[in-house]
Design a protein around this ligand. Structure first.
Ligand code: SER
Length: 332
């Protein structure tokens, strides 16, 4: 994607910039708009951040005053608010997860309203779905009955975004991300994390113990598609976006067993064992896939990576990282 030269350059603030999505989204945004246009923020100490990854600020997004200072200092026009606690980690300390996920979103929405920002992006998730959703393919307008505090925060967050849009005219846009698979930064605290960890373990040790059953199908997506979806949604004309809440976006739906079969095409010696934990119940409450007809219709969403392409690309990027490791499996 390229910046439309007839439009002024945005000044974008990203929270959770060093997380799994933020790491790649910041790079993609800087590619389009230029490095200095994107202010990265996260909890990490700013002194350790190299020059080519600046501007960067240490920010606890619960600190609304500091958030507001940054908006004013940089003349921020857009926010991508990614900081959150995910599904599995959230269950360990539900009230803490609720506080972080909800209060941070409310801080962002308030600041965006008060400073008349042009646009806000906030990710929702497949975690908004629950047992009453169609198991195979969840429709856009499914009844939402999330079973985790993370999912409840995403459902409530969708409603808050709609509220600010309707009452204050704030242009806030959202996607229900599936499980995201990427190689640049680790996944952190989600139920779908196995689909990232399995690549690292396969290359490092030649085996993996999976915490989900082999036949647990979940909606998944390669990060390249997720980042492109985000940029495309944010650049779509406002009048095209008819969805009041967050858009379903689909790409992949696979089980651990299907991912293993695909991995074994490259790593014939790779072995898997299964030992389920609490994350199995969370996965059981989510659908296997989502119906993304609305996203396809409204802003031409279409994924590019299937299971084979995603697996090959992950291995191509991660294999060199483990190459010097003597236990490492050989990619064929
Ligand atoms: N990947 C997330 C999780 O597993 C779902 O949005 O929590």
């Amino acid at each position: 994607m390229e910046h439309d030269k007839n439009q002024p350059l945005p000044v974008i603030l990203v929270t959770g910039a060093r997380g799994q999505i933020g790491t790649e989204l910041v790079a993609a945004l800087r590619n389009v708009y230029g490095r200095k246009q994107v202010v990265a923020t996260d909890l990490h100490d700013a002194t350790t951040i190299p020059d080519q990854q600046r501007p960067y600020h240490q920010l606890n997004v619960l600190d609304k005053d500091e958030l507001e200072n940054l908006i004013i200092t940089y003349g921020v026009t857009q926010i991508y608010h990614l900081a959150a606690t995910l599904s599995a980690k959230g269950e360990e300390a539900p009230l803490k997860a609720w506080h972080l996920n909800m209060q941070s979103l409310l801080n962002i929405l308030e600041v965006a309203k008060d400073h008349k920002l042009n646009k806000v992006f906030w990710p929702s998730s497949i975690a908004v779905f629950g047992p009453s959703t169609a198991r195979k393919v969840s429709p856009q307008d499914a009844l939402l009955d999330p079973q985790t505090v993370y999912g409840i925060s995403k459902e409530a967050g969708e409603q808050w975004c709609a509220y600010y849009r309707e009452h204050y005219g704030l242009d806030v846009r959202s996607l229900r991300y599936p499980g995201l698979i990427s190689y640049s930064a680790p996944a952190g605290g989600g139920t779908t994390d196995y689909a990232v960890a399995i690549f690292h373990e396969a290359l490092q040790n030649g085996s993996y113990q999976c915490y989900l059953n082999p036949d647990t199908a979940l909606p998944m997506m390669y990060m390249n598609d997720a980042v492109r979806a985000t940029l495309e949604l944010m650049n779509a004309p406002a009048e095209a976006l008819k969805e009041r809440g967050a858009y379903n976006i689909g790409a992949l739906s696979f089980t651990p067993a299907q991912l293993v079969t695909e991995l074994q095409k490259h790593l014939p010696g790779f072995t898997i064992s299964y030992n389920t934990d609490k994350r199995q119940a969370i996965a059981n409450s989510w659908p296997a896939g989502v119906d993304d007809t609305e996203a396809r219709q409204d802003w031409n969403w279409a994924p590019e990576y299937n299971l084979a392409a995603m697996t090959a690309d992950m291995l191509q990027h991660l294999a060199p990282v483990y190459k010097s490791d003597s236990n490492a499996a050989t990619v064929s």
